[in-house]
Structures are given as structure tokens and as C-alpha cells.
Design a protein around this ligand. Structure first.
Ligand SMILES: NC(=O)c1ccc[n+]([C@@H]2O[C@H](COP(=O)([O-])OP(=O)(O)OC[C@H]3O[C@@H](n4cnc5c(N)ncnc54)[C@H](OP(=O)(O)O)[C@@H]3O)[C@@H](O)[C@H]2O)c1
Length: 515
């Protein structure tokens, strides 16, 4: 039996206004692409509407191979913003003010001449009053980041005498340790680390940032946040969605690279890191890197023992038939790409020795949810138990990243009546109920931080390399193993049965999705 107890805020809290960005010109490489339409322009538009970016001193120069005029670019962005749920302030009047700041120039990133025409275009915009601070946003396939960096270096656009020049790099940052190191080397020959913003949009989510507030803004939890009290940690990012329009990208990437290498290792480091001395970029990122450094490279035997991969076959989600991965348009009929991964990570440091971190992520699962469940140890004695069924369930703290963002805590309470019987109850804190209003979407937060020069929520170069140092050996062992028996889970299920073999202790188990 489980009863829910609601946690209420102790006082009403209004969401404070967002800070202001520096004046700047945002140059987007890949402005004719999906991310620009769906995320970047809606986020910049909303930031402009709420007064976070300086009207006359803010411009966007979009670039892509597609030949189009500035007017055509504006029309295409308008269409995207008008239907985007992220462009929350959309109205004809608001858009007309914003679109005056949008410009477009076509060109091929691999063409050396393109950077000269870009420079000329930037010069012309500056002559018309655009800011001399430049933010270069790389929203192209990852393989194009090196030529962009080289082009910006050679043309002199990366060193800006009249203002700052920053570069924002979309994930994935490389595809293994070697490519991440090479890319870091290339980028750091042209830009200083302080001007490099490697984006992982999970860090822009309010509830992800709240992990740090929960841990280090309360004296209640930190003393028990260690191997003495915690039995194991479960981190789940489950999606009901399949690969949608991105089959070509996904076929090359797979769940391990797409989700575990970045988003889930971010959640793990925030859950496991030591308290930073201050909430600033260096202190926070240093502690995150320390966690990654404590995860040892797995041997081939450990990869076989501690990882499970899966691929979905046909099934049913929410009452609707869903096709298998190999039947999706653009996917090879004998694809070996994994759409599900479960990994047991061990953090070999003083705080976490002996506490497994079970991490899983998959597509086309029965529920969409991202959450961290911290399972505490059992009480040392079951003093109320007369039968095994009377055992008190261990406490669990759930940090819900999405949906129903919030925190839940389960504990035992006495069941009313003459018997001394303990039942689990759950105390629930829901972000929406406590604060109401609308929190900024992740891309708004991150774009604003990059325009203000605050890299705290971006990934440092050595952090990305340490992420790949952990992930690449897994990928390499998988390549050498016989082809897995795919598909091995039904669309709409909780994932492959085999994932259960990772958790061998009787007292531990994967939570059912939606539990
Ligand atoms: N979409 C998402 O939800 C999402 C989420 C997280 C991260 N990301 C990352 O964001 C980046 C962009 O993703 P996306 O989905 O927007 O990709 P996309 O839709 O395929 O767009 C790619 C963009 O790159 C441009 N491009 C490609 N080759 C070029 C070249 N040689 N010269 C000039 N421009 C070139 C394309 O221009 P033309 O089309 O005009 O040729 C297009 O504007 C990727 O690194 C991706 O991993 C995307």
C-alpha cells in the first residue's frame, strides 16, 4: 500500500526576471536545419520578448548551404516559431519586431571563400549598428565542426579586437575519445577554453540544476549521501518516441553515444559529485570531472558483465501499434544499432565505493520519463516484522527530471489500527504546484548564459574527454562481440529482459517505468 503526502511550499515564490545578455551578433552555422527551427530561434525569440536581449544590439546571421534570401529565411523561421510550443510569446506583433534582427547568407562550410564572404557580411551588419561581440553557434553535423573552427581561425573571425568571440558546439562532441581529443585540440588552437561552450541541453533543465540545490542547499541530505546509507542508485531516461526523422543520424550513433555518453553521465556526475567550494564554472566543473575520473575504464570482461544493449521490435504503445526499429524508414533491415542500453557504473572513490549506479536509456519504451532514484539501505533490524511481508521497504528519494518535475521521498509510517504495522508513504514535491508559472526552457537558459559569458552549465574540454574515456571501451568491446540477437524487446515494454541480469542482488531491482 502506498499513500501520497503532498509537500507544500512554505511561502509563495515569484520567479525572478531573467538577467540580460551582452549585446551580440549570433552567427548560426546550420540555420536551415532542424535544431535552428525547433529550438534555437524559438528560444532567442522568447528571450527577446521578455527583454533579455538588447533590441538594437542583437542580430542573428544564419548560414547554410540552402540558397535563400534573408526574407525567405525570416518566413521559414516565422512558420517554425508560430507552431513551436517553445516560442511561448508568439504573436504577429512580437514576431515582426524580432524578425528585423534575422539575416541569412548561404555558403558551404568546406569552401575557404565562404569565411571571407561571412566576414564581409558581418562587417556590413556592424556598419548598420550590429554588435561587435560575436557568438558562433555550430548547429551542423558534428563532422563539420573542425572545418568551421579552422575557417574562423584563418579568417581572423575567432580573434575579435572590437569585442568578444565565443563558439558554441552542439553535441555530440566527437564520437569517441580520439575524435574528442582531436576536436578539443583543434578548437583550443583557435579559441581560449573560456570562450568555448560545449552544450548538453540537459544541463539547461531546471530540474537538473535542482539536483545541486537539493544536495547542497539542504543540510538534511548531504550527511547520508554516501556508501554508508545508500544501497544503489538508478538513473533512467526512457522515451516512447522512436527515431522520428533522424534515422541516418541514429544509425551512426546509437543509444550509448547519444544518451549515455552525455546526458546520463551528466546526471550521474551531478548526483555523485563532491560539494564545490562555490557555484561557479571552475568549481562545479572540477568536481564533475573528479567523478568521471573515478570511473575506471572497463575491461572486456567487465563490459560483458556490466552492460546490456537492446533494439526494439514491433509492439504497442498507448494502445497504438508501433513498428520495430528495423522497419523504420532509413534504418537498415539488419541494423545492429542499439536503441536501448543499461550499464552498471562503479565510482571508485571514498564516498561511493561499493555503491552501484545502474543507468539505462531506451527508445520506444512503455513510458517517457527521466529520473534518478536513490535507494537507501534497509533498517538494520526489522523490529515490526512478524512475517516477511511486514518488512519495511527501504527509503527511496526520486529526483524527477521529466515529466511531473519534482522530488519524491518514500518512507514508512504506522498504519492506523491496533497492530504495529509499517506501510510505505510517499511525500511529493511538484515543481509546477510549488512555483506555478513557466520555467525557462533549457535552450533559453543556455543561450542566455553563453551570451552573458557564464560557462557553468556547459561541458569543459577535459569533461568531454573523460566521458568518452568511459564510453569508448564499451563501444570497442561491443564491436568485437558476435552480433546481438536483435530485436530483443517489444516496443511499449520496459526494455529487454536481459537488463535484469545486471542487478544480481535480491534486494535490488529496476523500477517499473511509471512506478
Ligand atoms: N535536432 C535536434 O533535436 C538536435 C538535438 C540535440 C543536438 N542536435 C545537434 O545539433 C546539430 C544540428 O542538428 P540538426 O538536427 O539541426 O541537423 P540538420 O537538420 O541535418 O541540419 C544540418 C545543418 O547543417 C547544414 N550543413 C550541412 N552541411 C553543410 C555544409 N557543407 N555547408 C554549410 N552548411 C551545411 C545544413 O544546411 P543545408 O540543409 O542548407 O544543406 C543544415 O542547416 C547536430 O550536431 C545534432 O547532433 C540536434
Amino acid at each position: 500500500m502506498s499513500t501520497v503526502v503532498q509537500a507544500t511550499p512554505t511561502r509563495s515564490v515569484a520567479i525572478p526576471p531573467m538577467p540580460k545578455a551582452d549585446p551580440c551578433l549570433v552567427v548560426i552555422f546550420g540555420a536551415s536545419g532542424d535544431l535552428t527551427k525547433r529550438k534555437l530561434i524559438p528560444a532567442l525569440f522568447d528571450l527577446a520578448c521578455i527583454g533579455c536581449i538588447a533590441g538594437q544590439q542583437f542580430d542573428v546571421l544564419g548560414t547554410g548551404r540552402t540558397e535563400m534570401t534573408t526574407e525567405e529565411f525570416r518566413a521559414s523561421m516565422r512558420e517554425a516559431a508560430s507552431t513551436s510550443k517553445d516560442a511561448r510569446k508568439f504573436s504577429d506583433w512580437n514576431w515582426e519586431q524580432f524578425e528585423k534582427r534575422l539575416h541569412y547568407v548561404a555558403g558551404d562550410i568546406n569552401d575557404h571563400g565562404f569565411y571571407e564572404s561571412l566576414k564581409k557580411q558581418i562587417g556590413e551588419l556592424e556598419a548598420q549598428g550590429a554588435s561587435s561581440n560575436h557568438m558562433f553557434y555550430v548547429s551542423t553535423p558534428a563532422s563539420l565542426a573542425p572545418p568551421i573552427v579552422q575557417g574562423l581561425g584563418k579568417s581572423g573571425l575567432a580573434k575579435n579586437a572590437k569585442g568578444w568571440a565565443r563558439i558554441v558546439l552542439e553535441k555530440p562532441f566527437g564520437r569517441d575519445l580520439e575524435t574528442a581529443q582531436a576536436l578539443n585540440k583543434e578548437v583550443l588552437q583557435v579559441f581560449d577554453e573560456k570562450d568555448v561552450y560545449r552544450i548538453d541541453h540537459y544541463l539547461g533543465k531546471e530540474t537538473v540544476q535542482n539536483i545541486l540545490v537539493f544536495r547542497f542547499g539542504n543540510s538534511l541530505f548531504e550527511p547520508i549521501w554516501n556508501r554508508n546509507y545508500i544501497d544503489y542508485v538508478e538513473i533512467t531516461a526512457a522515451e516512447t518516441l522512436g527515431v522520428e526523422q533522424r534515422a541516418a543520424f541514429y544509425e551512426e550513433t546509437g543509444a550509448l553515444r547519444d544518451m549515455i555518453a552525455s546526458h546520463l553521465l551528466q546526471l550521474l556526475t551531478l548526483t555523485a559529485m563532491e560539494p564545490p567550494v562555490a557555484f561557479d564554472a571552475d568549481s562545479v566543473r572540477e568536481q564533475k570531472v573528479q567523478v568521471l575520473r573515478s570511473i575506471h575504464r572497463m575491461t572486456p570482461e567487465q563490459v560483458a558483465e556490466r552492460t546490456v544493449r537492446g533494439q526494439y521490435g514491433p509492439g504497442t504503445i498507448g494502445g497504438k501499434a508501433a513498428q520495430g526499429y528495423r522497419e523504420e524508414p532509413g534504418v537498415k533491415p539488419n541494423s545492429r544499432t542499439e536503441t536501448y542500453v543499461a550499464v552498471e557504473f562503479r565510482i571508485d572513490n571514498w564516498r561511493w565505493a561499493g555503491v552501484p549506479f545502474y543507468v539505462r536509456s531506451g527508445k520506444r519504451l512503455g513510458k517517457s520519463e527521466t529520473e534518478i532514484k536513490v535507494h537507501f539501505k534497509r533498517t538494520p533490524q526489522a523490529i515490526f516484522a512478524k512475517t516477511p511481508d511486514d518488512d519495511i521497504e527501504p527509503n527511496v528519494i526520486t529526483l524527477r527530471v521529466q515529466p511531473n518535475e519534482g522530488i519524491a521521498m518514500s518512507f514508512a509510517a504506522k498504519q492506523p489500527g491496533s497492530q504495529m504495522k509499517a506501510v510505505p508513504v510517499r511525500m511529493n514535491f511538484a515543481y509546477q504546484d510549488a512555483f506555478g508559472g513557466q520555467a525557462p526552457v533549457a535552450y533559453e537558459t543556455l543561450l542566455l548564459d553563453a551570451m552573458r559569458g557564464d560557462p557553468t552549465l556547459f561541458t569543459r574540454g577535459d569533461e568531454t574527454e573523460n566521458q568518452w574515456r568511459i564510453i569508448t571501451p564499451i563501444e570497442e568491446v561491443w564491436q568485437d562481440l558476435p552480433a546481438p540477437q536483435f530485436p530483443n524487446y517489444d516496443a511499449g515494454s520496459d526494455g529487454p529482459e536481459e537488463a535484469n541480469r545486471l542487478i544480481t542482488s535480491e534486494c535490488r531491482h529496476w523500477s517499473r517505468l511509471g512506478e
